[in-house]
Write a protein that binds this ligand. Structure first.
Ligand SMILES: *[C@@H]1O[C@H](CO)[C@@H](O)[C@H](O)[C@H]1NC(C)=O
Ligand SMILES: *[C@@H]1O[C@H](CO)[C@@H](O)[C@H](O)[C@H]1NC(C)=O
Ligand SMILES: *[C@@H]1O[C@H](CO)[C@@H](O)[C@H](O)[C@H]1NC(C)=O
Length: 180
């Protein structure tokens, strides 16, 4: 094979690998806040970049008292002309136990729960008398879901979940991401 071909081939290989590692979704930030530290607290909550292509999100929450009864999830999107994020399309409050017993009962919540099912110990019926773990949700997985499974328009997003027990907000998890 001539040198020219070899150069072309390696250029092609570089191009292919560049396309492969190109991620349209990026995690930009994560914030976990315990509103009531007697009730629950976060052991960890972070985004880690192992290398250019492998990034993931992990959360571990300790529950000290009675379980979470409701979860509220809201999507915010950043719009030009506003200071910060505004609610965008989705704001759902769920009875946690009822939902977990039949996740198909709420297709929208189910779509969001699918982001963590393979990585969490929360996919079972109530009660929840253990720590809640979301372990290494990879950016590739999220990227596939927001660009292929259900394409989401470009922009800066915030996915906020409020963890409620007996009608009192106990913890807030905010995940920020950009689709470009
Ligand atoms: C990134 O890290 C993962 C896990 O250690 C590894 O499997 C993968 O090959 C690495 N990718 C690159 C491009 O270095
Ligand atoms: C979401 O909906 C609930 C119930 O309707 C409401 O109390 C809450 O303020 C809403 N959240 C946002 C961020 O708009
Ligand atoms: C789950 O739902 C089924 C009906 O779909 C019901 O028979 C069962 O008791 C429920 N289990 C729990 C733990 O709530």
């Amino acid at each position: 094979m001539g040198g020219k071909h070899r150069i072309l081939l390696s250029l092609f290989a570089i191009l292919i690998s560049a396309v492969k590692i190109y991620s349209k979704f990026e995690f930009t930030n994560i914030k976990c806040n315990s509103v009531d530290k007697e009730f629950s607290d976060f052991e960890y909550c972070y985004i880690k970049s192992v290398n250019r292509s492998y990034k993931y999100l992990s959360i571990k929450a300790n529950l000290f008292k009675t379980p979470i009864t409701k979860i509220n999830g809201v999507i915010f999107k950043r719009f030009n002309g506003y200071n910060g994020y505004r609610p965008f399309m989705f704001n759902v409050t769920l009875d946690a136990c009822r939902f977990l017993n039949n996740t198909k009962s709420n297709p929208i919540a189910s779509y969001f729960f699918d982001f963590i099912i393979p990585f969490t110990n929360m996919y079972h019926n109530c009660p929840f008398d253990h720590d809640l773990i979301i372990d290494k949700v990879p950016i590739d997985f999220v990227n596939h879901r927001v660009t292929k499974v259900l394409p989401v328009p470009e922009g800066d997003y915030l996915y906020e979940t409020n963890w409620i027990a007996y009608d009192i907000k106990r913890a807030v998890v905010k995940v920020y991401g950009t689709i470009s």
